[in-house]
Design a protein around this ligand. Structure first.
Ligand code: IMP
Ligand code: MG
Length: 178
């Protein structure tokens, strides 16, 4: 099948992202102040750029771990069936945990991951999502902190892909088919 052609229109600039990340990190630092260690869990692969910037602005002792859940394949629609492809390396029982997600769309992915991690009985578990598309929600779940609320557009960049491409864009752009 030929690749569909598309262009990317900038939606959120690298500068706006950086400013928002700083504020989010300040709120997270305040919320968890006094913790002996915050376990920051990045959901692969979309959150890898965001988590890298975020942890460098968090002024707390931090441990970084990753979890990979899959619900999308290479398409643009959630399959509504979440599989854990890679689990955490560390234990989270009794610990302070921050889950970092790129986008909350239908909410199936985050809902599944939060339920799974809650079952391991962390002391506190909060979620920081870079983007939220509330109009698409099918599962009643909300991040504790959200970077930007966006309309129902398919976006790429700053770690986020379309069929594994465009993750390396420094800004967030929306995909427009030509
Ligand atoms: P949900 O389970 O429908 O909430 O899907 C969440 C996941 O779908 C996110 O973590 C992203 O990986 C992916 N996703 C949702 N919207 C977009 C988008 O606009 N561009 C790229 N990936 C997306
Ligand atoms: Mg994802």
């Amino acid at each position: 099948m030929p690749q569909p052609t598309y262009v990317i229109d900038e939606m959120i600039s690298a500068k706006s992202i950086a400013a928002r990340v700083e504020t989010l990190a300040r709120d997270i630092t305040l919320h968890f102040s006094g913790t002996d260690k915050l376990i920051v869990v990045g959901l692969l692969r979309g959150s890898f750029v965001f988590i890298a910037d975020l942890v460098r602005e968090i002024d707390l002792p931090v441990e970084v771990d990753f979890l990979e859940a899959s619900s999308y394949g290479d398409g643009m629609e959630s399959s509504r069936e979440v599989r854990i492809l890679k689990d955490l390396r560390g234990e989270i029982a009794g610990r302070d945990v921050l889950v970092v997600e790129d986008i909350v769309d239908t909410g199936f992915t985050l809902g599944h991951v939060v339920r799974l991690l809650q079952s391991r009985e962390p002391k506190r578990l909060e979620v920081c999502a870079l983007l939220d598309k509330p109009t698409r929600r099918e599962v009643d779940i909300r991040a504790t902190w959200t970077g930007f609320v966006i309309p129902d557009e398919f976006v790429v960049g700053y770690g986020i892909d379309f069929a594994q491409r465009n993750r390396n864009l420094p800004f967030i752009g929306k995909v427009r088919f030509t």
